[in-house]
Design a protein around this ligand. Structure first.
Ligand SMILES: NC(=O)c1ccc[n+]([C@@H]2O[C@H](COP(=O)([O-])OP(=O)(O)OC[C@H]3O[C@@H](n4cnc5c(N)ncnc54)[C@H](OP(=O)(O)O)[C@@H]3O)[C@@H](O)[C@H]2O)c1
Length: 327
C-alpha cells in the first residue's frame, strides 16, 4: 500500500470558495489529445493521487470522466485515499446540453460516467449553446444558438440545490457576461475557469472576479505546451527562462507560481509522473516583486480565441463579440 504521508511536504494548499467549500489551489487537468486508453488514464490519475493531487478537472467533452471515476474507485480500494470526500472533482456542461431542461440530465450522465454521487464543482463550459444532438466539436455553424444565460444558470442552481454538486461555476465567461448572469442569480458562481498564464494574464478579469468573490481558476497555465491548441509563449519565454535559471527552478514551476501569486487557482495537465510532481513543488518559495514586475512585461495575447463558436450569422459574429472586446 502506498504511504499516504510520503508526499506530505507537497500537500497542496486549499482555499475556501464563496459556496463555503474548500478547493485545493492546484488541480490536475484531464484534457488531452490523443487521450490515453481508459486503463492507462486510470493509472495516471491514481499516480497523481499518490503524488498528492486531490483536485481533478474533467468535462463531458473530454472523454476522461470514466477513467477518473475508475481511478477514484481504485484509489479507495488500495488506500491512497480513505474517502471520496478527500477529493475535489470538477466537470463541465457541454454546449449541446446548455439548454435549461438538459442541464440536470447532463449532470446525471456525468455522475454516471464518474460513478459518483456528487461533483465538487460543475461548470458551464462555454457561454455558448449548440443545438441538442449536434456533433460535440464538429457542429455546423448554423447549429450555434443564442445562449440562454439566465435559464442555463437557473438549471445549474437547481443541480446545486439537489445536492448533485457542491459548487457551481462558469468557464470562459467575461466580466460583461458575469455581470449579466449576476442580475438574476440566486447562487453566485464560485469559480470562473479561464485561460490564464504569463502570456495572457487576464488583467481585466482577475480584479473583477476578485471583487465579486469569484475564484479564478487558470486553464492552460503552461500555454498548453505541446498540445494542438497550445503555444510556446509560456515555456519558451526568455524572461521566464532567466528567472527559472536564477532560482534553480523549472520554467513550468515559475509559470505556475506566478498564477498562484496572483491569487488564482490553476489546473495543470501532465500525464508524466516526474512533471506532475514538479508542477506541485511550488509552495515553499516565492517570486520576488522584481521578478513579478519582469513578468508583467511579457507581451499579451489570448492563445485560444474560440473560433469554433464564431459565425457571421450566429450569436457571436466575431472573436471580439465572444470575449466582449477583451482580446
Ligand atoms: N475550461 C476550458 O475551456 C478549458 C480549456 C482548456 C483546458 N482546460 C483544462 O485545463 C487543463 C490544463 O490546460 P491544458 O491541458 O490546456 O494546458 P497546460 O496544463 O498549460 O499544458 C499541458 C501541456 O504541458 C506539458 N507539461 C506539463 N507539465 C510540464 C512541465 N513541468 N514541463 C514541460 N511540459 C509540461 C504537458 O505534457 P505532459 O502531459 O507530457 O507532461 C502538456 O502537453 C486541461 O487539461 C483541462 O483540464 C479547460
Amino acid at each position: 500500500m502506498p504511504d499516504k504521508m510520503e508526499n506530505f511536504d507537497e500537500r497542496i494548499p486549499e482555499i475556501v470558495l464563496n459556496s463555503g467549500y474548500k478547493m485545493p489551489v492546484v488541480g490536475l487537468g484531464g484534457a488531452s489529445h490523443p487521450m490515453p486508453l481508459v486503463e492507462q488514464l486510470e493509472s495516471i490519475f491514481v499516480d497523481a493521487m499518490e503524488n498528492g493531487y486531490r483536485h481533478f478537472d474533467t468535462a463531458a467533452c473530454y472523454g476522461s470522466e470514466e477513467a477518473l471515476g475508475k481511478a477514484v474507485a481504485k484509489a479507495l480500494e488500495i488506500g491512497v485515499i480513505n474517502s471520496r470526500d478527500e477529493l475535489f472533482i470538477t466537470s463541465k456542461l457541454w454546449c449541446t446540453e446548455a439548454h435549461h431542461d438538459l442541464v440536470l440530465p447532463a449532470l446525471n450522465q456525468t455522475l454516471g460516467k464518474l460513478g459518483l454521487e456528487y461533483l465538487d464543482l460543475y461548470l458551464i463550459h462555454w457561454p455558448v449553446r449548440v443545438k441538442h444532438g449536434a456533433s460535440t466539436f464538429n457542429f455546423a455553424k448554423d447549429e450555434i444558438l443564442p445562449f440562454d444565460i439566465h435559464g442555463t444558470w437557473k438549471a445549474m442552481e437547481e443541480c446545486s440545490k439537489l445536492g448533485l454538486t457542491k459548487s457551481i461555476g462558469l468557464s470562459n465567461f467575461t466580466c460583461e457576461k458575469i455581470s449579466k448572469l449576476l442580475e438574476n442569480a440566486t447562487i453566485p458562481p464560485a469559480v470562473n475557469q479561464v485561460e490564464m498564464n504569463v502570456g495572457w494574464q487576464q488583467r481585466k478579469l482577475v480584479p473583477f472576479c476578485k471583487e465579486k468573490g469569484i475564484r479564478i481558476c487558470a486553464w492552460s497555465p503552461l500555454g498548453a505546451y505541446g498540445s494542438f491548441w497550445g503555444t510556446n509563449a509560456v515555456m519558451e519565454n526568455s524572461i521566464l527562462q532567466e528567472i527559472a535559471a536564477s532560482k534553480s527552478m523549472t520554467v513550468a514551476q515559475v509559470a505556475l507560481k506566478w498564477i498562484y501569486q496572483q491569487g488564482a487557482s490553476l489546473i495543470v495537465k501532465s500525464f508524466n509522473k516526474e512533471r506532475m510532481k514538479q508542477n506541485i513543488q511550488i509552495f515553499d518559495w516565492e517570486l520576488t516583486e522584481e521578478e513579478m514586475d519582469r513578468i508583467l512585461q511579457i507581451p499579451q495575447s489570448r492563445g485560444f480565441g474560440g473560433d469554433m463558436f464564431i459565425h457571421p450569422t450566429g450569436p457571436y459574429k466575431s472573436v471580439e463579440e465572444l470575449w466582449d472586446g477583451d482580446i
